[in-house]
Ligand binder design. Structure first.
Ligand code: TZP
Ligand code: MG
Length: 206
Protein backbone atom coordinates (compact mmCIF):
# COMPACT_ATOMS: atom_id res chain seq x y z
CA UNK A 1 0.00 0.00 0.00
CA UNK A 2 1.22 3.55 -0.58
CA UNK A 3 1.81 5.58 2.56
CA UNK A 4 -1.06 8.01 1.93
CA UNK A 5 -3.59 5.14 1.87
CA UNK A 6 -2.21 3.77 5.13
CA UNK A 7 -2.93 7.11 6.83
CA UNK A 8 -6.71 7.03 6.31
CA UNK A 9 -7.62 5.83 9.81
CA UNK A 10 -4.55 5.95 12.02
CA UNK A 11 -4.98 4.48 15.48
CA UNK A 12 -2.76 5.81 18.26
CA UNK A 13 -2.79 2.87 20.64
CA UNK A 14 -3.22 3.49 24.37
CA UNK A 15 -3.56 -0.01 25.80
CA UNK A 16 -4.66 1.24 29.24
CA UNK A 17 -7.90 2.52 27.67
CA UNK A 18 -8.87 -0.83 26.12
CA UNK A 19 -12.01 -2.60 27.29
CA UNK A 20 -10.91 -5.92 25.80
CA UNK A 21 -7.63 -7.82 25.34
CA UNK A 22 -5.23 -6.51 22.70
CA UNK A 23 -5.44 -9.73 20.66
CA UNK A 24 -9.23 -9.32 20.39
CA UNK A 25 -9.23 -5.54 19.96
CA UNK A 26 -6.64 -5.28 17.16
CA UNK A 27 -8.19 -7.78 14.68
CA UNK A 28 -11.62 -6.21 15.26
CA UNK A 29 -10.55 -2.64 14.54
CA UNK A 30 -8.46 -3.68 11.54
CA UNK A 31 -11.41 -5.53 10.09
CA UNK A 32 -13.48 -2.38 10.48
CA UNK A 33 -11.16 0.10 8.81
CA UNK A 34 -8.05 0.96 10.81
CA UNK A 35 -5.13 1.39 8.37
CA UNK A 36 -2.23 2.23 10.73
CA UNK A 37 -1.45 1.49 14.38
CA UNK A 38 0.98 3.56 16.41
CA UNK A 39 2.52 2.14 19.57
CA UNK A 40 2.33 5.07 22.01
CA UNK A 41 1.54 4.14 25.63
CA UNK A 42 3.95 6.63 27.18
CA UNK A 43 3.17 5.34 30.68
CA UNK A 44 4.82 1.97 30.05
CA UNK A 45 8.45 1.09 30.73
CA UNK A 46 10.61 0.45 27.67
CA UNK A 47 10.42 -3.29 28.41
CA UNK A 48 6.63 -3.25 28.56
CA UNK A 49 6.47 -1.12 25.40
CA UNK A 50 8.76 -3.63 23.72
CA UNK A 51 6.58 -6.56 24.75
CA UNK A 52 3.41 -4.79 23.59
CA UNK A 53 5.25 -3.97 20.36
CA UNK A 54 6.11 -7.64 19.84
CA UNK A 55 2.45 -8.62 20.24
CA UNK A 56 1.39 -5.85 17.87
CA UNK A 57 3.97 -6.89 15.30
CA UNK A 58 2.49 -10.39 15.31
CA UNK A 59 -1.10 -9.14 15.16
CA UNK A 60 -0.37 -6.79 12.25
CA UNK A 61 1.77 -9.23 10.27
CA UNK A 62 0.34 -9.81 6.80
CA UNK A 63 -2.57 -7.38 7.27
CA UNK A 64 -1.17 -4.46 5.25
CA UNK A 65 -1.70 -2.20 8.26
CA UNK A 66 1.18 0.22 8.90
CA UNK A 67 2.98 -0.27 12.22
CA UNK A 68 4.39 2.96 13.68
CA UNK A 69 6.47 3.40 16.82
CA UNK A 70 6.10 6.72 18.64
CA UNK A 71 9.14 8.72 19.83
CA UNK A 72 11.63 5.85 20.11
CA UNK A 73 13.91 4.89 17.24
CA UNK A 74 15.65 2.35 19.47
CA UNK A 75 12.36 0.61 20.14
CA UNK A 76 11.41 0.70 16.45
CA UNK A 77 14.76 -0.82 15.46
CA UNK A 78 14.57 -3.53 18.13
CA UNK A 79 11.05 -4.42 16.95
CA UNK A 80 12.05 -4.43 13.29
CA UNK A 81 9.55 -1.62 12.60
CA UNK A 82 10.26 0.65 9.65
CA UNK A 83 8.20 3.65 10.69
CA UNK A 84 8.77 6.02 13.60
CA UNK A 85 6.86 9.14 14.63
CA UNK A 86 8.86 12.06 16.03
CA UNK A 87 8.06 15.50 17.42
CA UNK A 88 9.73 18.62 18.78
CA UNK A 89 10.74 16.91 22.03
CA UNK A 90 12.22 13.77 20.44
CA UNK A 91 15.56 12.98 18.79
CA UNK A 92 15.91 15.60 16.01
CA UNK A 93 14.44 14.38 12.72
CA UNK A 94 17.60 15.45 10.87
CA UNK A 95 19.82 13.33 13.15
CA UNK A 96 17.48 10.35 12.97
CA UNK A 97 17.41 10.50 9.15
CA UNK A 98 21.17 10.79 8.95
CA UNK A 99 21.75 7.74 11.16
CA UNK A 100 18.79 5.67 9.88
CA UNK A 101 18.05 6.87 6.32
CA UNK A 102 16.17 3.64 5.56
CA UNK A 103 13.31 4.41 7.94
CA UNK A 104 9.96 6.08 7.28
CA UNK A 105 9.38 9.20 9.40
CA UNK A 106 6.26 10.93 10.65
CA UNK A 107 6.59 14.35 12.27
CA UNK A 108 4.16 16.21 14.56
CA UNK A 109 3.32 19.75 13.45
CA UNK A 110 1.62 22.55 15.36
CA UNK A 111 3.29 25.61 13.78
CA UNK A 112 4.71 26.82 10.47
CA UNK A 113 8.19 26.20 11.84
CA UNK A 114 7.30 22.54 12.42
CA UNK A 115 6.10 22.30 8.81
CA UNK A 116 9.53 23.57 7.72
CA UNK A 117 11.28 20.90 9.86
CA UNK A 118 8.91 18.27 8.46
CA UNK A 119 10.42 18.74 4.98
CA UNK A 120 12.56 15.76 5.96
CA UNK A 121 9.57 13.63 7.00
CA UNK A 122 7.49 11.22 4.93
CA UNK A 123 4.17 12.26 6.47
CA UNK A 124 2.98 14.74 9.08
CA UNK A 125 0.57 14.69 12.01
CA UNK A 126 -1.11 18.08 12.51
CA UNK A 127 -2.89 19.16 15.66
CA UNK A 128 -4.30 19.20 18.16
CA UNK A 129 -7.48 19.83 16.23
CA UNK A 130 -9.57 19.87 19.42
CA UNK A 131 -8.98 19.74 23.16
CA UNK A 132 -8.14 16.25 24.44
CA UNK A 133 -7.22 14.62 27.69
CA UNK A 134 -5.22 11.85 26.01
CA UNK A 135 -1.97 13.81 25.69
CA UNK A 136 -0.48 15.53 28.74
CA UNK A 137 1.92 18.12 27.31
CA UNK A 138 -0.59 19.30 24.74
CA UNK A 139 0.44 22.10 22.38
CA UNK A 140 -2.09 24.88 21.62
CA UNK A 141 -5.31 23.69 19.98
CA UNK A 142 -5.24 24.93 16.39
CA UNK A 143 -8.79 24.05 15.28
CA UNK A 144 -9.79 22.64 11.88
CA UNK A 145 -9.04 26.06 10.29
CA UNK A 146 -5.48 26.04 11.64
CA UNK A 147 -5.03 22.49 10.40
CA UNK A 148 -6.20 23.38 6.88
CA UNK A 149 -3.83 26.38 6.84
CA UNK A 150 -0.78 24.29 7.84
CA UNK A 151 -1.61 21.37 5.54
CA UNK A 152 -1.79 23.73 2.56
CA UNK A 153 1.83 24.78 3.20
CA UNK A 154 3.16 21.30 2.40
CA UNK A 155 2.78 18.51 -0.14
CA UNK A 156 3.38 15.84 2.52
CA UNK A 157 0.57 13.39 3.28
CA UNK A 158 -1.07 14.60 6.50
CA UNK A 159 -3.25 13.29 9.31
CA UNK A 160 -5.07 15.52 11.78
CA UNK A 161 -4.95 14.54 15.45
CA UNK A 162 -6.43 15.53 18.78
CA UNK A 163 -9.97 15.05 20.08
CA UNK A 164 -11.30 13.79 16.74
CA UNK A 165 -14.46 11.66 16.77
CA UNK A 166 -17.37 10.67 14.54
CA UNK A 167 -19.30 13.82 15.54
CA UNK A 168 -16.62 16.38 14.66
CA UNK A 169 -14.64 14.74 11.83
CA UNK A 170 -16.81 16.53 9.24
CA UNK A 171 -15.30 19.87 10.31
CA UNK A 172 -12.01 18.62 8.81
CA UNK A 173 -13.46 17.94 5.37
CA UNK A 174 -11.69 19.92 2.64
CA UNK A 175 -8.57 20.50 4.77
CA UNK A 176 -6.39 18.45 2.41
CA UNK A 177 -5.91 15.56 4.82
CA UNK A 178 -5.05 11.97 3.91
CA UNK A 179 -6.65 10.77 7.13
CA UNK A 180 -7.29 11.19 10.83
CA UNK A 181 -5.38 9.90 13.85
CA UNK A 182 -7.46 8.96 16.88
CA UNK A 183 -6.90 7.36 20.21
CA UNK A 184 -9.71 7.55 22.79
CA UNK A 185 -12.49 7.52 20.23
CA UNK A 186 -11.59 3.90 19.34
CA UNK A 187 -9.45 2.67 22.27
CA UNK A 188 -11.95 3.68 24.97
CA UNK A 189 -15.07 2.70 22.99
CA UNK A 190 -17.40 0.02 24.37
CA UNK A 191 -17.72 -1.19 20.78
CA UNK A 192 -14.39 -0.37 19.09
CA UNK A 193 -15.34 -2.18 15.87
CA UNK A 194 -18.36 0.08 15.47
CA UNK A 195 -16.36 3.19 16.37
CA UNK A 196 -13.72 2.28 13.77
CA UNK A 197 -16.30 1.53 11.07
CA UNK A 198 -18.13 4.81 11.65
CA UNK A 199 -14.94 6.86 11.56
CA UNK A 200 -13.63 5.05 8.51
CA UNK A 201 -16.81 5.69 6.57
CA UNK A 202 -16.61 9.39 7.43
CA UNK A 203 -12.85 9.54 6.79
CA UNK A 204 -13.53 8.53 3.19
CA UNK A 205 -15.02 12.03 2.68
CA UNK A 206 -11.91 13.91 3.84
N1 TZP B 1 -0.92 14.27 19.82
C1 TZP B 1 -1.67 15.36 19.72
S1 TZP B 1 -3.21 15.15 20.36
C2 TZP B 1 -2.88 13.53 20.78
C3 TZP B 1 -1.58 13.22 20.42
C4 TZP B 1 -0.90 11.93 20.62
C5 TZP B 1 -3.86 12.65 21.46
C6 TZP B 1 -4.84 12.03 20.52
O1 TZP B 1 -5.76 11.27 21.25
P1 TZP B 1 -7.34 11.49 21.17
O2 TZP B 1 -7.88 10.63 22.29
O3 TZP B 1 -7.76 11.00 19.83
O4 TZP B 1 -7.61 12.94 21.39
MG1 MG C 1 6.97 12.38 20.45
Amino acid sequence: MILKDNLKLYLVLETHMLKKPLDVFIPEVIKHGVTAVQLRDKGLTARDQFETGQKLTELLDGTGVLFVVNDRIDLARCLGARTVHLGVKDIPLKTAKTVYPDMIYGYSCNTEEDIETAKLADYIGVGPAFMTGTKKDLRPVISPEGIARLVKLTAKPAVAIGGINAENIHTLYGAGLSGVAVSSCICAAEDPARAAAELREKAEKL
